[in-house]
Unconditional design. Sequence first.
Length: 478
Amino acid sequence: MASIELGPTSFSTERTFTISLIIPNSETRATIVFPDIAGFTKKGTSTSVTPAEVGDKTTTNQVITQNYQARAPGRFKLPPFTIVVNGKLVRSEGAMLLVKPAPTVSGTIESTHTAPSDLEIELNGNRLAVASGTQNTLNIAPSGAAFLSLRVSKSTIFVGEGVALTLSFFVADNYPYELSFQALDKQLQAITKKISPTNSWEENLSITDLKPIAVVIGGKKFREYRIFQSIFFPLSNQSLHLPAVALQLVRRPVIGPPSFQPEAILFTSKPTTVAVRSLPVHPLRGRVPVGTFQLEEGLERQSVSVGKSIRYSFSVSGKGNVATLPAPSVLNEQAELDVFPPEERHTLSHSGNEIVGRKTFSYFIVPHQNGTISLANYFQWIYFDPQTRRYDTLRPHLELRVGDVGSATGNNRDVLTSSSVTTGETIPGAPAGSSLYAGIEAMDSTRQPISSAVLMRSIANVLIVLMLLGMIFVLVKK
């Protein structure tokens, strides 16, 4: 049953209030309409998918969080509300929200030649002072003591490979003005429309607070305010042309007469382009995922009897567009075993400018005859690795023992697991692993296993034929 969780109900204006919807046993991305709150502005949503162990079963919980930004301090009532999830209503009793003024920290910037230990900037009418901390070095070209920058994580990518777009505002520690963002949400809506590439899958890195980050650019100390960040996976080989965008702020000098009127100032980023290259020629070009991946697999037990089902998990982990990874190809269907469609679940996280995660495909397989079955002959997963610039294939290493075939081989355990990376270009549909005819000279063709299902089907066919012959005999006698 889905549930609703509210964030802390007492907070200051620079913090956000959150409403989280928790959907158990769900992996599909649901479309949720969160309520509006009087005096608040919606600041975007974030989604996470995490597995949870309940007894002996693994369930997948999806958490969708809506962020709200208060427009001013005060007391606000969140009345009871409902959210529709898969046709069912989930109810919350609401709450009373107490929004406190942002803490005011006095700080001064003495002159344009002295770098202070604190940076002071006014956000939404509230003046913030941030202490210097660990500083990162950025290799970008500054455009003055305050500037807007749109940067990309890679200048050239392959189709399906991810590229991160980051829009940041930079202010030098010795900047002699106080700055204030004006109507930032409205400006961001227009900016993101311009810079979001078309025909691309987007994974948004939700930014709920404008927290300054201490950085060093060209040997000078700056504060970075990240305004927008997303990772895009282009679906075609058209280059991504990102135009220049502008952000308007209001500034006033730190030193000057009190009557000095603030002035509006426009900061403009530089345009940039990301070249998108087609994948190399391959029979499956355009139909395979792109990224750097590894295989983790598992069988729930060591062996199984003929006609009994067993669970097999095929997990792909690594960097790439994990949410859209396809299931592995199933080869030699209806040969030695039946393979039923898999259950899927995935988890995602953001690692810097990349998406990392795991997608698991859980199969039920039913063998038809005794013996040892190499799963490498039944499953394969082909992908393109942009780092090696090659098509690679993930194949199982585990073997399934069916019936009484002697002692276990290899490293088989009660729960079998394997982790592997197999590289090398493949032809779709080719059997994996060793040759199907390997060791054929040592096989005894006189010992054929008998399937009870096949035997019963043969007896039934004989009985049906005898009944038909009897009916024909009776009709002829008449």
